[in-house]
Design a protein around this ligand. Sequence first.
Ligand code: PRP
Length: 208
Amino acid sequence: MITIALPKGRLMDESLELLNRCGIEVSVPSSRKLFFYDLSGNYRFLIVRAQDVATYVEYNAADLGIVGKDVLVESNSDVFELLDLGIGYCRMVVAGRDKGCLSDRKTTVRVATKFVNIAKRFFLKKGINAEVIKLYGSIELAPLLGLSDCIVDIVSTGRTLKENGLSVIEEIFESTAKLISNKISYYTKHDLIKQFVEKLSESVGSVA
Ligand code: PRP
């Protein structure tokens, strides 16, 4: 048996759809139970916070995991990336009320974000002095209240930015969900993992 960590939240529904499309019959328990099995009993699934998926996989509490590139890049986890699943598309961007925050390089730019590492790396590479402020949600409020000059965040539909009077200043990268593997499991459970990857690869990109 292999254990697969699934992310709660926006990626969960798309992950379940993808698994069902591959012939792995799963449904999330309606109770508060945080793990479940597929119908065949070959796979055990864990329901964890998106930000924790890579940690479960890195420390071998799960053999595999489904995680957005945005969260994976931010975590710097030591895992293998096996497959781009093509779901959960979004863009990591710098956004603000105007372009000024990137063009005025004489001052320190204040950046609010959930993605501290990504933001720090981005501004360092640009040679812009940045003070990065960690927030846990509702990031779009920060520039409106003067807490920051801009934000680094993901954009999916673009609705949140628009409804709060912000726009994209620069795209940092595009993000989709990845299948990741624990480095030891990849070798010790290679056949089971290979089978699972093959099932998924066949359905990746196919229409539901
Ligand atoms: C994310 C992100 C943006 C929003 C973008 O927040 O941080 O705020 O979604 O989506 P959109 O482009 O479709 O509007 P999330 O919904 O995870 O809530 P949070 O602010 O509480 O983190």
